[in-house]
Design a protein around this ligand. Structure first.
Ligand SMILES: C[S@@+](CC[C@H](N)C(=O)[O-])C[C@H]1O[C@@H](n2cnc3c(N)ncnc32)[C@H](O)[C@@H]1O
Length: 205
């Protein structure tokens, strides 16, 4: 197991409560804005989904959606299994973007996942995910945005915290939205929350 996986394992029991305590309910509501885009889809890839708290909502929006849930931390994955409540449409994969396999998806969700990479790592990661998408797939992403001075201060504190708590080696927010555009994504919808600190987007690929 990698050091980062062990780090997120340590956080798994408290991750959701901590995130809501620090950021507030917006950490969750921002991830729900664009889920209606999944209603007509068939194969969803979720990367770095954490505890999988979002899964029951996705099941309601599209009960037949086949989901591959790729998550680095075994303890996060165990929680996601519980949150899935035995739903047979989800395949849980312990690993990273390198373990996606040969499936072709028509939608992907990356929430607070692209922020784990630096600008150099981001482009290959986005391209790797893009390789597993069908034409006209939708990419739903929610992540932090650094537009104001206080955003930068909070991000600085958060990256220090994640470095200590999980061993995360990156130390600042990459230009994740630019990375999606550079890979050929076309922005379809965008919405800001928490005074612009969180941005949710839908890109078509
Ligand atoms: C910041 S948390 C976000 C969790 C979830 N998306 C949410 O917003 O509640 C990032 C998650 O990604 C996982 N992770 C880190 N690097 C990963 C990678 N390369 N591939 C898949 N999962 C990864 C971590 O274990 C953690 O559960």
């Amino acid at each position: 197991m990698t050091a980062l996986a062990k780090g997120f394992d340590r956080l798994a029991p408290i991750y959701d409560s901590l995130a809501q305590l620090v950021i507030g309910q917006g950490i969750r509501t921002s991830q729900l804005f664009f889920l209606h885009h999944l209603a007509q889809k068939q194969n969803l890839l979720i990367l770095g989904g954490g505890t999988g708290w979002i899964l029951p909502t996705i099941f309601k929006i599209n009960p037949t959606l086949q989901i591959d849930y790729v998550e680095l931390s075994p303890k996060m994955l165990a929680k996601a299994r519980l949150n899935a409540g035995g739903n047979r449409n989800v395949r849980f994969i312990e690993g990273t973007e390198r373990n996606i396999g040969n499936s072709k998806y028509d939608c992907v969700i990356t929430n607070f996942y692209l922020d784990l990479f630096n600008n150099e790592q981001l482009y290959p990661v986005v391209n790797q995910v893009k390789e597993s998408l069908q034409p006209k797939a939708s990419w739903l992403a929610t992540d932090f945005s650094s537009e104001r001075k206080w955003h930068k201060v909070i991000l600085w504190i958060m990256y220090r915290f994640f470095s200590l708590a999980t061993g995360l080696t990156t130390s600042s927010l990459p230009k994740w939205e630019e990375g999606l555009k550079r890979a050929g994504g076309k922005l379809v919808e965008t919405r800001k929350s928490k005074a612009g600190f969180i941005k949710s987007v839908v890109f078509d690929f």
